[in-house]
Design a protein around this ligand. Structure first.
Ligand SMILES: Cc1ncc(COP(=O)(O)O)c(C=O)c1O
Length: 458
């Protein structure tokens, strides 16, 4: 997900999820109680791309008119002087944009307008650059060298011209770190999840109710029956395993909005007893937890377990972009031969992957940064009344969507960037601030930023 989600998209959905899932079918938002006016950060009320009523164009010329009116400005002027012109009829598709504009207005009324703006200079409590590696000199040097050697883009899909030694080296490094037999790179974590679930779902798919949107989308794309079990609830999972007999169960090791951990050891025991693979999205755990930052699966002693498949993004603690699926050796051929989001997508740029590989190496060694990450996350959670987080995310409740947006806007006005997650980007329908730790932020700035967030609270 992402303040990114704070300012990111979405239609409201039938169910809410964290950057989480199930915005199953876009619907008109429920009217909510009027709150304070959204702050300037969130004040836009209509998509620029959604023109309002009155998108009218002149009538399309009929054949007869075309023959008498070649359409030049001069001839139109001559037509006008010749007599009254029929009023412009609305374009037949104008209604589409009118409808979208009205939906955007309803979202704005519900405090759910989202904007993507160029980021201002601010203390970062919103991004996912947990270890501050996106600007680490070693990471930038590796990326720059690969940029010069390989050029800007990968130049093709992985099976055509897009695979370089840089891609292969990253895959080997990632597999080594996570104790898996093989790892396969994708151009995003989203596509890694879509690809992994589609490729591995030989039957129904069960998802933790708080699982990321990409996993829910993946289950739908896989075209198999799917359902959710109550968040981290092993009893409900067991009931559903008996009822649905899923081929695949998908969870996150560290949940992206509430920041809590999954009971991976128990989950793996239960899923394997029922013959289902366990897919663990380690987006928020790689680099932040586990031995050498190897993630939650390794921390749970499940590295290399044939019943477990790991997915991850390179966009968080590794400060880069890209995605990865890792697991037993047979996964590699299966994804290469059949994985649509692997086969039909341009490979991630070599320079980005070279930077990610350098970040992975640095993250392995970053024990003190991990300790600091956990210290800061615990501090933020205690100060803001959120549960103790498993890694670098905590998300205190923030009242209704208007209040949340106003709180985030007040922080922004005081130079602190925080995430603001509102339905459907939260798993429990509650609007929340989302505070993330970036250990690249100096400790004094972090302390000042936390004070600012507390002072700005409504
Ligand atoms: C848990 C989780 N999975 C997958 C993704 C998607 O990763 P990417 O941004 O690389 O597409 C994200 C966030 O963006 C996430 O938080």
């Amino acid at each position: 997900m992402s303040p990114e989600s704070a300012t990111a998209p979405t239609e409201t959905g039938r169910r809410t999820q964290s950057d989480v899932g199930v915005a199953v079918e876009p619907v008109t938002p429920e009217p909510v109680a009027e709150g304070p006016a959204p702050g300037p950060e969130f004040a836009r009320t209509r998509d620029a791309a959604a023109p309002s009523a009155g998108l009218a164009v002149p009538p399309r010329p009929t054949g007869a008119r075309r023959s008498t009116s070649p359409g030049t400005g001069a001839s139109r002027a001559a037509d006008a002087s010749a007599g009254p012109v029929a009023p412009a009829e609305p374009h037949p598709l104008a209604a589409v944009w009118d409808r979208l504009g009205r939906k955007a207005d309803l979202r704005a009324k519900a405090g759910l307008t989202r904007t993507a703006r160029a980021r201002a200079d601010a203390i970062d409590l919103a991004g996912n650059d947990y270890l501050g590696l996106s600007r680490h000199p070693g990471v930038l040097a590796a990326a720059e060298a690969a940029l010069r050697e390989h050029g800007l883009g990968a130049g093709g899909s992985r099976l055509v011209r897009g695979t370089t030694g840089v891609h292969e080296a990253f895959e080997a490094d990632f597999a080594r770190l996570t104790g898996t037999e093989t790892a396969v790179l994708y151009s995003s974590g989203y596509l890694a999840n879509l690809g992994a679930v589609a490729a591995l779902a030989a039957g129904p798919v069960l998802l933790d109710a708080h699982a990321h949107a990409s996993l829910h989308d993946a289950a739908r794309l896989a075209g198999k029956p799917s359902d959710t079990f109550a968040h981290n609830d092993l009893d409900d999972l067991e009931r559903q395993l008996r009822a649905l007999r899923p081929a695949l169960v998908a969870v996150e090791s560290v949940y992206s909005v509430l920041g809590d951990a999954a009971p991976l050891r128990d989950l793996a025991a239960l899923t394997s007893a029922h013959g289902a693979l366990l897919l663990v999205d380690e987006a928020h755990a790689i680099g932040t937890i586990g031995p050498d930052g190897a993630g939650g699966v390794a921390a749970a002693g499940l590295a290399g377990d044939p019943g477990v498949v790991v997915t991850a993004t390179l966009s968080k603690a590794l400060g880069a972009a890209g995605g990865v699926v890792a697991g037993p050796a047979a996964l590699r051929r299966h994804l290469h031969d059949t994985g649509r989001t692997f086969i039909y997508d341009t490979a991630p740029p070599p320079a980005v992957i070279a930077g990610a590989a350098a970040a992975l190496a640095i993250a392995r060694e970053s024990r003190s940064a991990r300790t600091e990450l956990h210290r800061r996350a615990a501090l933020a959670a205690a100060a803001l009344g959120a549960p103790a987080p498993a890694a670098g995310v905590c998300s205190p409740p923030a009242g209704d969507s208007h209040a949340a947006a106003a709180w985030a806007a007040r922080c922004a006005a005081r130079g602190v960037a925080v995430g603001c997650f509102r339905p459907p980007s939260t798993p429990d329908h509650r609007s929340r601030l989302r505070i993330t730790v970036n250990t690249g932020v100096p400790a004094d700035d972090f302390a000042h930023a936390l004070d600012t967030v507390l002072e700005a609270r409504p």
